[in-house]
Design a protein around this ligand. Sequence first.
Ligand SMILES: [Zn+2]
Length: 216
Amino acid sequence: MSHKLNLLYVFTALLLHFFATTLATEPWNTDQQQDHQLIKEHGLIHHVLFNQQCQKTLAQLAITTTCQVLNSDMINAFSLADGNLVISLGLLKKTRNRDQMAHVLAHEFAHHQLDHFHELAQFIAKPPTFFPKRKLHKLRQKQEHDADDWADERLQAHGFDHRQIHHLWQQLSQSEQLKKWSDHAPLQKRIDTKALQATVLIDPEWRLLIRDLSQR
Ligand SMILES: [Zn+2]
């Protein structure tokens, strides 16, 4: 084999290695880095009463993890690599009862429980030859759907009203910039009009707690 050909092999191998590692690690790292960046940028709120309520909700859902509040008015919630949950103040301000927060937390925990980040990383590491983008989009949609189903079941099994979340989604979808909530499915697609027939529970105690959390 000629010297030039050898070099070409080495170069190609390096190039392949570079793309393989970049593709394999990028989505996972990007998601994780973004979440950690958000915490660094905005900070977390420590509010004893609220934290108690949040932990109580998780305990009732039989979810063993912690929840924390991101000090930002953006609408967001995510689970960290260790399964700990973060929900933004902006999103909490829109909730009208504990059932809505319970659904948000259960949905985020479902991504962790169902190993979605790992599944996504594996897909990116070995993308299919045909229509990789379309298939990736489908996989993400399926994961969102599965996380919603997981949350619905969990809420129903543990005495929460799983229909309440649809009122929150509807409320959010009515604000122009929020047709889509971060990387989640478009809100309109998530809303079940049948679920909206259940009246929205206005919980004054919950509203007071959120107001106190916002004004601490
Ligand atoms: Zn999700």
